[in-house]
Every structure is written in structure tokens, then in C-alpha cells.
Design a protein around this ligand. Structure first.
Ligand code: FE2
Length: 203
């Protein structure tokens, strides 16, 4: 495939490889793959804290349980990323991910702008969590493809396992929203917000 620009010095600085980190020499694509791993390593760790807050803020037991389950899953995903770092001969290291920071910030805003004990809060939390899942799905999907391209099949397998978990979480959140939360949120009015009895819901 033709590229728009070509440079004979791409990836080189003053005759030295620009992407050497002192441990393993990496070509530009390997460096990008490594950077994306760092991005997700940071993102998953931030998410551990955020999921705890989202779990505590949930109105329904269903959503609380879903966040709790994903919290445990995320802990395993962090360990899995550490295995991938090890496979590529690098130490686990995070790199600030502005996108995840922004998505988590949005989740916090939702908690502060919705009332405790309301279905509206759960409906909004589900959407905030799904935005996070979709970011993770995009990144892990790309990482699996890159790992395969780079011939790192074991890394691809591990990353694909996480990718499937993110898809499953996304589907589960959709089920919770569509089975009840959205409908009950639509029924809420200002007065019912404080007196809502969630024990009488269908959950
Ligand atoms: Fe994750």
C-alpha cells in the first residue's frame, strides 16, 4: 500500500534509533504497541478506583453487582497486562491516559449531578460505564490486531481474553438498562426521587 509521505530517516534521530528505551530495541510499531499497553495499564488502574465509586453510588443491586464483578475482572486484567509486558520483555509501567481520565471525570460528574437512590442515576451511570467500556474495546481490539501483526501470539490471546470480557460487560450493562432501569427512570419525577423504594422493583 502506498504511503502519503515517505522518509528515509523515519524512526531515526541523528543516526540512532529513536525508540530505544535502553532495555529492548523496538521498531516504531512495537513502540506504539508498548505505549498503548502503558495507556491501558494506567487506564485499568484508574478504573479500579472509579468502579468502586460507581458501585457505591448505584441505586439498584443489579448495577452494584455488575460493577463489583467488573471490579474483580479489572484486577485480573491488570495482572494480564503485566503478563503481556513480560512477554514483550518490558517492565509494567503506566502512562497517563487523558481519554480515560476524561471518561472517569464524566462518571464523577454524573454522580454529583444525579440524586442518590434514583433510577435516573443508574441509567446515567450505565451510559458513563459503557463509554468507558467502548474506549477499552477500541484499544484492546487494536492491541489484539497489532499483537498478531507483530507475531506476538500469546500476547494477542491474553489481550483478546480481556477484549471479550469488556464486550460481555458492555452487553450486561445494556441488559440492565433495557430490562428495567431506563423504564423506571422515565417514571421518576422530582417528588419520587427521595421516596423511591427500590426493594419493590423487579430486581
Ligand atoms: Fe478493563
Amino acid at each position: 500500500m502506498a504511503t502519503k509521505t515517505a522518509s528515509s530517516t523515519a524512526g531515526q534521530t541523528n543516526g540512532k534509533t529513536a525508540y530505544s528505551n535502553g532495555q529492548n530495541k523496538e521498531n516504531p510499531l512495537e513502540k506504539f504497541f508498548h505505549d498503548q499497553l502503558k495507556d491501558m495499564y494506567y487506564a485499568e488502574q484508574q478504573l479500579l478506583k472509579a468502579l468502586n465509586e460507581m458501585k457505591s453510588a448505584s441505586t439498584t443491586e443489579e448495577l452494584e453487582d455488575a460493577f463489583d464483578e467488573h471490579l474483580k475482572q479489572t484486577e485480573r486484567q491488570v495482572k494480564r497486562l503485566e503478563k503481556v509486558f513480560s512477554i514483550i520483555g518490558q517492565k509494567p509501567e503506566g502512562k497517563k491516559c487523558e481519554a480515560m481520565d476524561g471518561l472517569i471525570k464524566e462518571g464523577k460528574t454524573i454522580i454529583s449531578e444525579t440524586k442518590e437512590g434514583t433510577m435516573t442515576r443508574d441509567a446515567a451511570l450505565i451510559i458513563a460505564a459503557q463509554k468507558i467500556e467502548h474506549y477499552e474495546i477500541a484499544t484492546y481490539g487494536g492491541l489484539v490486531a497489532l499483537a498478531l501483526t507483530l507475531g506476538k501470539h500469546r500476547a494477542a490471546e491474553l489481550l483478546d481474553k480481556t477484549l471479550q470480557e469488556e464486550h460481555d460487560t458492555d452487553d450486561k450493562l445494556t441488559d440492565i438498562a433495557e430490562s428495567c432501569v431506563n423504564f423506571e427512570a422515565e417514571e421518576e419525577d422530582e417528588k419520587s426521587e427521595h421516596s423511591m423504594d427500590t426493594s419493590s422493583s423487579n430486581f
